[in-house]
Design a protein around this ligand. Structure first.
Ligand SMILES: [Zn+2]
Length: 289
């Protein structure tokens, strides 16, 4: 295994152990970034980049405390409400009503929007602080804990949404199997993740900062354990038994600076069919048989 700085492709380090890829089980991976004891490895088998070792669930729960949500709740509320309305419109293009589960529902903005348009909503959230706020405000069931602890019966939902959640999970492969079980046949999964191949953003970032963005820093607000590409996300969904209906970009970012970069990338994606934006949005179906 060799160590390279993120995105440069140049070898700068020594051999390290990356273990097995948590998604495909492959043993062939190159280390593309190192931060203290934490490595970011790029799997040769499925093209996903992953942190190793993975932080414990306790560390992750501690990360999503009151401070994590407070800033969004106060400073970005208006921009984020617009974002949730746009995401709901994407859902309603394919399904107008039904039972909807939002995994990682955060401050509840999306379930609130979906509930107002007629969906019967439920949520999950790792943070008890955030979950309790949503329960009190919306009077809907919100389960606290990891996806693997979900107790709803099989085939309970018509729609499951995971808005920028999959990259935070310690076991996306196992958790998607649970999502499969929770969906009714013909049910839809909407999953949005950051795009590791966000060339437009990475180029601008490098011009401003003089170096590519890092995959991991210890005090980072957004702790991403996995970094997907459109191909690696499709592969994971199909391997878990989903039929991918569309694979494009998520709605525009709430941050106006990223929004302009996203518009340039959206134009490029429409011209070439190649997604080099900040985000990926996959819509997938649980087949009927
Ligand atoms: Zn892999």
């Amino acid at each position: 295994m060799t160590v390279r700085h993120a995105g440069t492709g140049s070898t700068v380090g020594v051999a390290e152990s990356t273990g097995r890829c948590p998604l495909c089980g492959g043993r062939s991976a190159s280390v593309i970034e190192r931060c203290g004891e934490v490595l970011t490895a790029l799997c040769a088998g499925c093209d996903v980049a992953y942190l190793t070792p993975v932080p414990s669930l306790t560390e992750l729960s501690d990360h999503y405390d009151e401070g994590y949500y407070a800033d969004w709740i106060t400073s970005q509320q208006r921009a984020r409400r617009r974002l949730w309305r746009q995401r709901l419109a994407l859902v309603r293009e394919r399904r107008q009503a039904g039972d909807l589960l939002d995994i990682g529902c955060g401050d509840g903005s999306f379930v609130e929007t979906a509930q107002a348009s007629g969906f019967l909503c439920a949520g999950t959230e790792l943070s008890e602080y955030a979950a309790e706020r949503v329960r009190r405000r919306l009077s809907i069931p919100v389960m606290t804990g990891p996806v693997r602890a979900i107790e709803w019966p099989a085939a309970s939902f018509d729609v499951v949404t995971m808005w920028h959640v999959l990259e935070h999970l310690t076991d996306p492969r196992g958790d998607l199997a649970i999502v499969q079980r929770l969906l009714r046949p013909g049910g839809l999964l909407f999953v949005a993740v950051p795009n590791r191949l966000s060339t437009v953003f990475n180029t601008v970032y490098r011009m401003i900062k003089g170096a590519p963005p890092s995959f991991y820093t210890p005090d980072e607000r957004e702790l991403h354990l996995f970094h997907f590409t459109p191909a690696s996300l499709r592969r994971l969904l199909e391997e878990r038994g989903f039929r991918v209906l569309s694979l494009g970009m998520d709605v525009e970012d709430a941050d106006w600076r990223k929004r302009w970069l996203d518009r340039a990338a959206r134009w490029w994606c429409q011209m070439t069919g190649i997604n080099r934006s900040l985000t990926i949005l996959a819509v997938a179906e649980k087949p009927h048989d």
